[in-house]
Design a protein around this ligand. Structure first.
Ligand code: CTP
Ligand code: CA
Length: 228
């Protein structure tokens, strides 16, 4: 019989979730970013609270309200996001939903870049690679159970499986972002969860809130299987 003392599956567990885009500054007034809205990561944070977890949501710049009982840390760049993630380790589960910018300008100009006689033909912006936050967390000695998201426009499952292996993850969520009805700014989503044995579970097109609840249940049951 359910009562108010029922222990939820993730009671006492810490879940860290990254969400949203990152912003990489070019100069004081310009930056590079992407179309991530943060909706999926925020919905997962809410679902993790419902499983009883202590939830820390590390978010890039988005315009979303923080779900109840979620501790939110706001960051701007990929480097900031990595520092924030490391500062809340160890954790039991790490879910990387953020669309982290893969590259950032090599130098951030101190002053606004001006049009000059020497850039009449164009401007070459030198970019360097950002750290891979998920791979860095998954390589820790005290590594949490790690879940990644693979946003792809082609060869969805093939690329997702490669990322699962390359980053040494427990699970990866394959997300087809070529379809404008799902992914990024949409309220709906459709995903395929892939485990280390390459078993797949498809979650059909529905709201991000419903997908998040079902996905969090699946992540929880994989996590419990692995740790018991
Ligand atoms: N990720 C991350 N840090 C990065 C890049 C990606 O933590 N610097 C995480 C994302 O949050 C996601 C997963 O890695 O959970 C896969 O991200 P994705 O952009 O699909 O893959 P990449 O490894 O960056 O490869 P590519 O963009 O070249 O497909
Ligand atoms: Ca990427």
């Amino acid at each position: 019989i359910a009562n108010s003392f029922t222990t939820k599956a993730l009671t006492g567990k810490r879940v860290v979730i990254t969400a949203g885009p990152t912003q990489e500054n070019i100069d004081p007034v310009r930056y590079i970013t992407n179309h991530s809205s943060g909706k999926m990561g925020f919905a997962l944070a809410e679902a993790a609270v419902e499983e009883g977890a202590e939830v820390i949501l590390i978010s890039g710049p988005v315009s979303l309200a923080t779900p109840d009982r979620v501790e939110r840390i706001n960051v701007v760049s990929a480097q900031d996001m990595l520092v924030a993630c490391e500062s809340v380790m160890p954790s039991d589960i790490f879910i990387a939903v953020a669309a982290v910018a893969d590259f950032r300008p090599q130098v951030v100009a101190k002053q606004k870049l001006k049009k000059q006689p020497d850039n009449e033909q164009g401007l070459l912006l030198e970019l360097v690679r950002n750290p891979d936050i998920l791979a860095t967390i998954a390589a820790r000695e005290d590594r949490p159970f790690c879940v990644g998201f693979a946003a792809e426009t082609e060869n969805l499952l093939e690329y997702a499986e490669k990322k699962l292996k390359a980053k040494n993850l427990n699970l990866i969520v394959a997300n087809d972002v070529s379809n404008p009805a799902i992914g990024f700014n949409s309220d709906d989503n459709m995903i395929t969860l892939v485990d280390r044995e390459l078993n797949t579970t498809r979650l059909a097109l529905t709201s991000k809130a419903k997908i998040a609840r079902r996905l969090m249940e699946l992540i929880t049951s994989y996590y419990l299987k692995e740790t018991h």
